[in-house]
Structure formats: C-alpha cells, structure tokens
Design a protein around this ligand. Sequence first.
Ligand code: ATP
Ligand code: MG
Length: 143
Amino acid sequence: RERTFIMIKPDGVHRALVGKIIKRFENKGLKLVALKFIWGKEDMFKKHYADLSNRKFFPHLVKYMCRGPVVPMVWEGLHAVEISRVLLGQTCSEECEPGTIRGDFSIQGNRNHPMGRNVIHGSDSVESAKREIDLWFTKDEVV
Ligand code: ATP
Ligand code: MG
C-alpha cells in the first residue's frame, strides 16, 4: 500500500487546525501510520525542501517552517500521495479551491509572504514521499 508524508506547518499548528486537518484525512479513509509533534530545526527543512534550494524564496521558506512546532505524519492507502494532494489543494492562494484544506483555511499573498503560509505540506510523488518519510521518521516510528 502507498504511503505519503504530510506535515502540518507552523501556521496550521498555531491556528489550532491540527484536529480538523487530521479529521479530513480520517474521513477520506486514509490510515494514520506515524505522527509526531516537534519543533523542526533549520537543517531538517533545508533537506526537506532541498529541491527548492536555488529559489529566491528558499531562506524565507526555511525561516517560516522554523517559526514553531510542526506535525509530521505518514498516511497510508490506495493512491495516498495523489489523494492527499487533492485534499490539500493548490499551492497558491488564488488557485486552491474551497473544500480543500488550503482553500478553506488559508489566504496568503501579501508582500512579505507571496504564497508561503499555506498550512500544510504533502509529498508530490511516491519517490519524494519515501525520501521525506525517511528524513522525518525512523523505521520503528512508522507502524
Ligand atoms: P509543499 O511542498 O509545502 O507541500 P507544494 O508542493 O504545493 O507545497 P512547492 O512548489 O513544493 O509547493 O513549494 C513548497 C512551499 O514553498 C510552498 O508550499 C510554499 O510554502 C513555498 N513557496 C512555493 N513557491 C513560493 C513562492 N513563489 N514564494 C514564496 N513561497 C513559495
Ligand atoms: Mg512540494
């Protein structure tokens, strides 16, 4: 069965959305197989978002992710990666539709945070899911 890596970002935790977000994944029928609550360190987010390291917004992204605790999770189920991306909604505020997590809970887009604060992260492919799960969890932390 497929697994995906999901992380509630600091703004999601700060705004007390943890329960609501978990409920959406449970309602969908995905199975929770790992979860923790941690204050991530800078080097972890640099690794996590390594693909974006040459982008102009990268330092801002890393700083944003370090601002407070996050909730990394692993969810399992048929097409878990793609289904989770649908639950999340688009990256960008104008594009994420009502009914999605980002569409319902986030409105970004000001000069300081063009599209930064979007509540939640989800792996964009099965390969990145594997990489991200290994980065954030040890083998025995995933059931
Ligand atoms: P995530 O990987 O966090 O699930 P995503 O896959 O939808 O988001 P990515 O392109 O991987 O989008 O970007 C990762 C994160 O970097 C975005 O969620 C957002 O917080 C931030 N980001 C992306 N593009 C920009 C941008 N142009 N300006 C500012 N921040 C951005
Ligand atoms: Mg991404």
